[in-house]
Design a binder for this molecule. Structure first.
Ligand code: ATP
Length: 235
């Protein structure tokens, strides 16, 4: 579904990604793990078109999307849940969901998806007329994921969904991520500092160090790898 080929991304003169190559098959949950500043968010933003790579190719279903505008990339079927959530605090929960469906015209499909998400997150249904800014951190993460899903993506990019959340809430969110992957066959690209949790839900994982992919394997093999355990799992 998605292939990055030797992607180099810069911020001005500062190179953040060095020849990043990776692939995501349809239906998979893929995780990219790495320390603070390794380039995980930059990788996601390179895919979603927010930060365009200087060199390399990003193929989505065979089409090179490098240089395309972010809204066109959403229309192709890729949605991102940004780090820190960035919901619209003054809009209600329901209006935040409308924003996620902004590029869609199929009214019935939009309402079906809203109903599905309210089933998945009953607390959002309960708070549908409240401003997004009044929600707790965990509820805002649920809203950010739901807003992204309202675009009906084939590929969902999740940037640090566990950030700032209590362990119990994080677990709940990760269960939902697995459910979305199974129910809707949404392919998931998950970026996480909580490598333990990410590798438990993922099919395969990549390790990013200083802007370079240094390891890739099936998630259960990465979990059992002593180098990974030492560097990322605190074992
Ligand atoms: P974190 O977990 O802290 O979000 P990350 O792995 O997502 O880290 P990035 O945010 O992608 O890492 O950052 C990769 C590198 O790019 C870092 O060295 C960072 O300082 C640099 N960087 C990120 N954003 C910018 C920016 N807007 N301008 C300049 N440098 C940036």
């Amino acid at each position: 579904m998605l292939e990055l080929r030797r992607v180099d991304t810069y911020y001005g003169n500062i190179q953040a990604l060095y020849g990043v190559s990776l692939s995501v098959e349809a239906g998979e949950i893929i995780t990219l793990i790495g320390a603070n500043g390794a380039g995980k968010s930059t990788t996601l933003m390179s895919i979603s078109g927010i930060t365009s790579p200087r060199r390399g190719e990003i193929l989505f279903k065979g089409q090179n999307i490098v240089g395309m505008a972010p809204n066109n990339i959403v229309q192709l079927g890729i949605s991102q849940v940004p780090e820190g959530r960035h919901i619209f605090p003054l809009l209600t929960v329901s209006e935040n969901l409308d924003m996620g469906a902004f590029l869609r015209r199929d009214k019935k499909g939009i309402e079906d998806d809203r109903a599905y998400l309210y089933d998945l997150f009953p607390i959002l249904k309960k708070r549908r007329n409240q401003p997004g800014g009044n929600l707790s951190g965990g509820e805002q993460q649920m809203l950010a994921i739901s807003r992204a899903l309202m675009a009906r993506p084939e590929l969902l990019l999740l940037d640090e969904p566990s950030m700032g959340l209590a362990p119990l809430v994080t677990r709940q969110i990760f269960e939902i991520i697995q459910k979305i992957n199974k129910d809707q066959n949404t392919t998931i690209f998950l970026v996480e500092q909580n490598a333990n949790l990410a590798l438990q839900v993922a099919d395969r994982g990549y390790v990013l160090e200083n802007g370079r992919i240094t390891m890739q394997d099936r998630a259960e093999l990465l979990l059992a790898n002593p180098d990974i355990q030492r560097a990322y799992l605190g074992i």
